[in-house]
Design a protein around this ligand. Structure first.
Ligand SMILES: Cc1ncc(COP(=O)(O)O)c(C=O)c1O
Length: 385
């Protein structure tokens, strides 16, 4: 592929209003005013050309019955894990899911009973907490700890106490929104702690492909664990749904697959199967170019803030496109929300990520540079008032 192909030009502005987009079309309703949307985690980029071509080819056939090619997608997923993350699970270990969040919810039901405790490390992607609470389980929080530079680490004291009270831990690896790609040492320590206590780990690795550091699939270190993922974030296919679970341990897998079946979320739809297979087969070059663009954007944010908003705390994320900004010097959350709205900028408020999110906002920088620059100028305007 050459950079001339649409799919590799990450600075091309693609208007998304009027496409039924949550990020763009539902933003005014959500925020109460028109904003430049830099919130929910999808990207303003075209997917790889190969994905479009394969979807178009499938559309040429006018019948859209139940798909029977889940095995093809799972094979592409296994090949991708081997290529991208140097780990090849046995093909038995993989299964389809209807989405990562539904599978997180299912894991909660599969491995705990109502009223039991489940460990979650906030600030974190909100469905980790709602999966526990909506299912009538008890949230056991082990909040992450940040140092002065905004670099987060796990809270080992809290985790050591928590694993004695919980049978399940929901891990976000890499961790949205704080930008960490957990190292092999951190994962080893966590896995050993949980294994010794008999606490099962469910690892949501949906952002892993966009790591700027080596990423270690959790079950590659501890086979008695559950990996959930999809091409939704890393190939911008979130609207299609679907995904995979990877569980090397046969007994654990049976327990999880039984719950998927009881909840009837053990399938991935036709178009997601087509798109994900294509992305995993042909997306290597596109994704490498994307990671470069995102890394450049992350640096651009650092330079902008250092020059124009030096009081904003920012540690460039180790993966993906989510900047976790410490804006507490500029006022209380409610005041900030109002100022951002006045400046026409739509960001995720930090408190929505649970304890530890107060005084923060999350900015999605998966955008062309010109759009990112506009967003940062609006941020400056908001914080300067
Ligand atoms: C950590 C994490 N898991 C899961 C999802 C969504 O997964 P799905 O759309 O497959 O339910 C997101 C979306 O932002 C996410 O950040």
């Amino acid at each position: 592929m050459s950079a001339a192909q649409d799919g590799l030009d990450f600075d091309r502005v693609i208007p998304r209003r009027g496409t039924g987009s949550l990020k763009w079309d539902a933003a005014a309703e959500r925020f109460g005013a028109e904003v430049l949307p830099m919130w929910v985690a999808d990207m303003d980029f075209a997917v790889p050309d190969a994905v479009i071509a394969d979807l178009q080819e499938r559309l040429q056939h006018p019948v859209f019955g139940y798909p029977g090619n889940e095995g093809t997608m799972l094979q592409a997923a296994a090949d991708w894990l081997a290529k991208r993350h140097s780990w090849r699970p046995e093909s038995d270990a993989l299964a389809c899911i209807s989405g990562v969040v539904p599978a997180l919810y299912a894991a909660v039901r599969a491995f705990t009973r109502p009223g039991e405790a489940i460990i979650v490390m906030p600030p974190i992607y909100p469905p980790f907490m709602t999966a526990v609470e909506d299912n009538g389980r008890k949230l056991l929080l082990a909040p992450l700890i940040a140092d002065d530079t905004g670099h987060y680490r796990m809270n080992w004291d809290a985790l050591e106490t928590a694993v004695r009270q919980a049978k399940l831990l929901l891990l976000c690896s890499p961790h949205n929104p704080v930008g960490r790609v957990w190292t092999a040492e951190e994962l080893q320590r966590l896995g050993t702690l949980c294994a010794d206590a008999g606490c099962v780990v469910v690892s949501d690795e949906i952002h892993a492909d966009l790591s700027q550091h080596p990423h270690y699939p959790f079950p590659s270190l501890f086979p008695r664990s559950i990996l959930l993922s999809s091409a939704g974030k890393s190939f911008n296919l979130a609207g299609l749904g679907g995904g995979i679970s990877v569980i090397p341990d046969a007994q654990l897998r049976r327990g999880f697959l039984d719950e998927l079946r009881r909840s009837q979320i053990q399938h991935t739809n036709l178009f997601a199967l087509t798109a994900m297979t294509s992305a995993w087969r042909y997306g290597t070059e596109w994704q490498a170019a994307l990671r470069q663009h995102l890394s450049n954007n992350a640096r651009f944010i650092a330079d902008f803030l250092a020059e124009k908003l030096p009081e904003v705390g920012y540690h460039p994320p180790e993966f993906g496109y989510l900047a976790w900004l410490d804006v507490h010097p500029y006022g209380a959350d409610a005041v900030l929300a109002r100022r951002l709205l006045q400046a026409g900028l739509g960001l995720n408020p930090g408190p929505s990520f649970g304890p530890g999110g107060e005084g923060f906002v999350r900015l999605n920088f998966a955008a062309p540079r010109s759009v990112l620059e506009e967003g940062l100028n609006r941020l400056r305007q908001a914080l300067h008032r």
